[in-house]
Design a protein around this ligand. Structure first.
Ligand SMILES: [Mg+2]
Length: 123
């Protein structure tokens, strides 16, 4: 990973330090952070809005688009990390536990090659 931190804990610490330096803890309350996460997800979606799959494939070859996408991915992740941090949730543990539940919910022998939707769940 070279010059970049690669654990959630390291990323969380970088974001925590940024907030603390600016005395923004007073604004970084769970509700505000959850709202901000949703806003940033909207900005992420806006990059894809009205594009076909083929147009997105083309856009992904352009540096400007990739930079904008990276920026929105970062915004979403930063706010999600702050939601986790301010609520005492370990995001790595949350993902591991969720994937365990997903493995039970979507057994391979039924779901392999099937995209789940509300109409094709097993009885
Ligand atoms: Mg943004």
């Amino acid at each position: 990973m070279g010059e970049y931190p690669h654990t959630l804990a390291e990323l969380l610490e970088i974001v925590r330090e940024f907030v603390k330096e600016r005395d923004w803890d007073q604004y970084n309350l769970p509700l505000n952070l959850a709202i901000s996460t949703s806003i940033e997800v909207g900005e992420l979606l806006e990059l894809f809005q009205w594009k076909t799959h083929e147009e997105i494939e083309e856009a992904l070859k352009e540096d400007d688009f990739r930079e904008a996408l990276a920026s929105e991915i970062a915004d979403v992740l930063v706010y999600l990390l702050r939601v986790a941090d301010t609520t005492g949730i370990d995001p790595a543990k949350a993902v591991v536990e969720k994937m365990k539940r997903n493995r039970e919910k979507y057994p391979i022998d039924y779901w392999e090659g099937r995209a789940p939707n509300r109409f094709n769940r097993p009885e």
